[in-house]
Design a protein around this ligand. Structure first.
Ligand code: TGC
Ligand code: FAD
Length: 389
């Protein structure tokens, strides 16, 4: 009989409306036509044409697409999630670019910024003509951003920032950095144009994961900023953590894109590959692997759609976002590794997307809260005990 798609098996489209399906299909077409043909090469060379891509993604309307006004598309959270899913089906690095731009840098300005900050940056960022990054992590403080050492001190009406941020996506190519720093008044956010004297962003090289993504250090040496550079509405750690909820939400969908792409590749490979007497797909062991992975892809999509509906109603809680990020990334990486076994030796080359997804997902498992941090968030929600410290 004719094989079904994963989407048909779970009747996934029955849970989406026609507008959501249209957005999903448009992003999938863009990703397949404009990005997929080049992605293996970009990954191998560790060189992503960020500016060119950002302008294309801006025209597509996915940068800050779930934000209202200022040139943003004002789409639903679910539509944004579906876009992340289709972009990450090609490569986690592309979804990262979009997450950091829209959910972290733009969201921070949109949610906590002054009217002037919004007018200055958001329309250009939505169009992909200005690139943003988000500096929270430091060399010694990743899971525990509360310990950050980067500081902002007053000098007359100005602020002087000093410190180092680490592992910052888009850092070296950004026009603007949202930087979180300790002040006498607690942790505050600053909008830092990257041409400000004292700011530099050396790129981190030799990554074996997310090679189609720019990752950088941010060095701030006596960076002088006017009073107006501070985000007025973000006070304390809840400011940056509020942005993380947005980006984590996109990853819940995105990780399922990577998983789907791996499984589709593995099924197609197994159908073509002859081993011993017949096609690899006709052996029971292969079918057990495929069936078990399909269940996780289906369940992961259902969880993502459910959380999308909660978010669209404005009721998704951080610990619910943690359940999705933990489950879907953990399952996606397990699926990528299992699919790699089906491809045999071919599975280790960039001719197929599987090893690239598997390697990328190592970063996705760690950033936006490691799987252990999300276990602790869920543990705290269920026991009432915070076990972070
Ligand atoms: P804790 O005392 O629990 O909370 C401090 C304040 O923050 C509030 N809060 C949140 N607010 C919004 N959303 C959340 N998810 C929140 N979690 C906590 C909390 O209510 C409190 O508010 P207030 O008003 O009472 O002060 O904080 P803690 O220091 O004990 O830490 C908790 C912990 C470990 C969960 C948190 O620090 C954490 O999530 N750590 C992980 C850090 C992380 O995820 N970093 C990601 C950096 S960005 C990145 O990785 C980009 S990757 C590129 C891409 O996305 O593609
Ligand atoms: P650590 O916090 O040192 O953790 C090391 C290990 O200890 C992990 O297994 C962790 O789960 C475990 N651990 C930590 N605390 C506990 C605990 N309380 N109990 C039990 N186990 C614990 N950050 C940004 O701010 N902006 C970005 O744009 C950005 N982009 C990134 C891009 C890439 C490619 C990568 C890899 C990272 C990026 N990050 C970014 C940083 C990312 O958010 C951090 O790497 C992440 O939060 C983990 O911090 P860490 O690497 O310092 O690990």
């Amino acid at each position: 009989s004719d094989p079904q798609s994963l989407s048909q098996l779970f009747a996934l489209d029955s849970l989406l409306d026609t507008e959501e399906i249209a957005i999903r299909d448009t992003v999938r077409r863009f990703a397949d036509e404009k990005i997929r043909p080049h992605i293996g090469e970009w990954f191998e060379a560790a060189a992503l044409p960020v500016r060119e891509l950002a302008e294309g993604l801006g025209e597509l309307g996915v940068l800050g697409m779930h934000l209202e006004g200022y040139g943003c598309a004002g789409m639903s959270a679910t539509a944004y999630g579906l876009a992340c899913l289709e972009l990450e089906a090609v490569d986690s690095g592309i979804r990262s670019l979009v997450s950091v731009q829209g959910s972290l840098a733009m969201y921070a300005i949109h949610h906590y910024g002054s009217e002037d900050q919004k007018q200055e940056w958001l329309p250009r960022m939505a169009a992909g003509k200005a690139i943003g990054c988000f500096g929270l992590t430091e060399p010694d403080f990743g899971s525990n951003p509360a310990g950050m050492r980067t500081g902002a001190k007053r000098d007359g009406d100005d602020w002087i920032l000093n410190g180092t941020k680490m592992w910052i996506t888009n850092g070296s190519v950004a026009d603007v950095a949202v930087v979180w720093a300790r002040t006498d008044d607690g942790i505050r956010g600053f909008v830092v144009p990257t041409d400000t004297p004292g700011f530099s962003a050396p790129e981190i090289k030799h990554k074996m994961s997310l090679r189609a993504s720019v990752t950088s250090e941010l060095v701030l040496e006596d960076v002088r900023l006017p009073e107006s550079a501070m985000l007025p509405e973000a006070k304390g750690l809840s400011g940056p953590l509020g942005c993380l909820n947005e980006a984590r939400f996109g990853i819940i969908f995105g990780a399922m894109g990577a998983a789907r792409d791996c499984l589709e590749s593995a099924i197609s490979y197994a159908q073509d590959r002859q081993v011993f007497d017949k096609s690899l797909a006709a052996y029971q062991i292969t079918q057990v692997k495929i069936a078990d992975m399909a269940l996780e892809v289906g369940k992961g999509h259902l969880l993502a759609y459910h959380l999308g509906r909660l978010k669209d109603r404005g009721v998704a809680r951080p610990e619910q976002v943690s359940t999705g990020k933990l489950n879907n990334v953990r399952e996606a990486i397990a699926i990528a590794r299992e699919c790699r076994t089906i491809l045999g030796a071919n599975g280790i080359t960039l001719e197929y997307p599987v090893i690239r997804h598997a390697n990328n997902l190592e970063s996705v498992l760690t950033y936006e809260g490691t799987s252990e941090v999300h276990q602790l968030v869920i543990g705290k929600a269920l026991t009432g005990e915070a076990a972070f410290r």
